[in-house]
Each structure stands twice: as structure tokens, then as C-alpha cells.
Design a protein around this ligand. Structure first.
Ligand code: NI
Length: 157
């Protein structure tokens, strides 16, 4: 496993529509392992392949309970709405208030190509939406209600 460099906002990679994965091979496994390590190293809860310069529909997420690997993810249902703070490893130190569904279900494939459905709520739902957006070149700031700012006591407002 290796830590990869995270592409920062402003790089063209983050604005592309990524291509589906069609080969579930060793190369994909290495990418997934590297993405997970890179996400943990950055203390993120999710990372999408374009954030490491790979324009494929691959996402890793870990909100503290379990590592999820989503290949070719498609959100198939959503419910509710929550306005909460959100950040991105490609925009270090920046946070915004973003409205996301409270619950989502996403259909995806695992690293072997097997299809599954993952249901998530709250932070997991938020992470799924945020990372799926990356695969279409969309960033959290594009859809933010407003940016958040830190006051002198360090609280985000
Ligand atoms: Ni992000």
C-alpha cells in the first residue's frame, strides 16, 4: 500500500466525469488499498478516485465503523434532508453548510465486481453523496448553502 498525493481544488481532475470500472483486476485492488490508506492518513471519511488523479468511478468511505469500497456507485433512493457542515480533503481547512439527504441507498460493485446495495443515514449518507458527486466532477462548494467561518474561539459559524 502507498499513500497517494491528493489533488487539490483547482486541478482539472476534479472537474471530469469519471469512467466506469470494467476490469476488476489487481490494479483496481491496489488503487482501493492506496485510496483507503490515503484517506486514513488525511483523517478523511471518504475519498474518490479523481482525488488521487484517477478518472474512474471508485470511492472509499469509512465514517468510523467500517471501510466501504464502492465501485461504479449509483444512488438508487434518498429520503429526508439535513443541513450540516462538510469538508473535503481536496479543500483543506474549508468547511461549508451543505444540504444532503438524511438517508440514501446506493447500488455498487465490490472489488471483485459483485453487486450490492448499501444503505446509510446521517454522516454515511452525506459521505456517499459527497463522494458520488466527485465522480461527476461536482464539489461540495458548488452546492453549499454557505461557507462556514471560524470565530476567534475556534467555533465554526
Ligand atoms: Ni471531497
Amino acid at each position: 500500500m502507498a499513500i497517494r498525493e491528493i489533488v487539490k481544488e483547482g486541478d482539472d481532475c476534479l472537474r471530469k466525469v469519471c469512467r466506469p470500472v470494467d476490469k476488476f483486476d489487481k490494479r483496481l485492488a491496489v488503487l482501493l488499498d492506496d485510496m483507503a490508506q490515503t484517506m486514513y492518513e488525511g483523517n478523511g471519511v471518504g475519498l474518490a478516485a479523481p482525488q488521487v488523479g484517477v478518472l474512474r468511478r471508485v470511492v472509499v468511505i469509512d465514517c468510523g465503523e467500517k471501510l466501504y469500497e464502492l465501485i461504479n456507485p449509483q444512488i438508487i433512493s434518498q429520503a429526508g434532508a439535513l443541513d450540516e457542515a462538510e469538508g473535503c480533503l481536496s479543500s483543506p481547512g474549508e468547511y461549508a453548510l451543505v444540504r444532503r439527504p438524511e438517508k440514501v441507498a446506493v447500488k455498487a460493485q465490490d472489488r471483485h465486481g459483485k453487486e450490492f446495495v448499501l444503505e446509510g443515514d446521517h454522516l454515511l449518507a452525506r459521505a456517499i453523496c459527497h463522494e458520488c458527486d466527485h465522480l461527476d466532477g461536482r464539489l461540495f462548494k458548488d452546492i453549499a448553502i454557505r461557507m462556514l467561518h471560524q470565530d476567534e474561539d475556534g467555533n465554526w459559524k
